[in-house]
Design a protein around this ligand. Structure first.
Ligand code: DX5
Ligand code: ZN
Length: 214
């Protein structure tokens, strides 16, 4: 499939959020990635529902919510009500992974299941037939602008092989440290959706940066 590029708003300038959203959309990205952090599952606190409520009217592209929050089932309805297209939650953060999948599905949204760098792919294999996307974190979740962790490449390859061997309808997303160089490597390993924050928003020419990721 064609590579999908998602711009992570975490790297936008929050003083000019509307401008940065317009710039990102004009640069040719496919999705807007919205990183919600709760200060518990990850140390950082980013933004949540009130900010999304304000900006969602400006966003024309699909909104890809990445919930880095403990017990994510508590928030699925709220994000669904705000008009996101898909919700990705963390395997490590959920008490009952199947229940969260069902909850997201019941709202008619795309379901994404994410794993931190230290969580093996084998842990999520039992859920693969029930999700639309797996997010392999390529940095420790919590902060933008980190360096890509090469030890995550084997996980992407393992997942690609499993999905292809079993002919599953699941796409692979990667998130963290994606730039011109690492994008080529993750695409080679079988990633379908590349999330990128600092590389896109810090670029002199955003459209060129997006093109270089494809
Ligand atoms: C990290 C977030 C990422 C982050 C990526 O926890 O999930 O989406 O914004 O930022 P970069 O591309 O700067 O690594
Ligand atoms: Zn993210």
């Amino acid at each position: 499939m064609e590579t999908i590029i998602a711009a992570s708003l975490l790297a936008a300038d929050f003083a000019y959020l509307a401008d940065d959203i317009k710039k990102a959309e004009a640069s040719g990205v496919d999705w807007i990635h919205y990183d919600v952090m709760d200060g518990v599952f990850v140390r950082n606190i980013s933004f949540g529902e009130p900010v999304l409520k304000s900006i969602s009217k400006l966003i024309t592209l699909p909104i890809d919510a990445h919930l880095m929050i403990t017990d994510p089932i508590r928030y699925i309805d709220n994000y669904a009500d705000l008009g996101v297209n898909g919700i990705t939650f963390h395997f490590e953060a959920a008490h009952d992974v199947g229940a969260v999948i069902d909850k997201i599905r019941s709202r008619g949204l795309k379901v994404g299941l994410s794993v931190k760098p230290a969580t093996p792919v084998s842990m999520i294999i039992p859920y693969l037939s029930r999700v639309d996307m797996v997010l392999v974190m390529t940095v420790e979740p919590g902060f933008g602008g980190q360096v890509f962790l090469p030890q995550t490449l084997d996980k992407i390859k393992e997942l690609r092989k499993y999905i292809d061997d079993h002919k599953l309808d699941v796409i692979i997303q990667v998130d963290g440290g994606i730039n011109k160089e690492t994008s080529a490597v993750v695409r080679e390993c079988g990633a379908d959706v590349l999330v990128s924050g600092s590389y896109i928003f810090n670029a002199e020419n955003m459209a060129e940066a997006v093109k270089s990721l494809r």
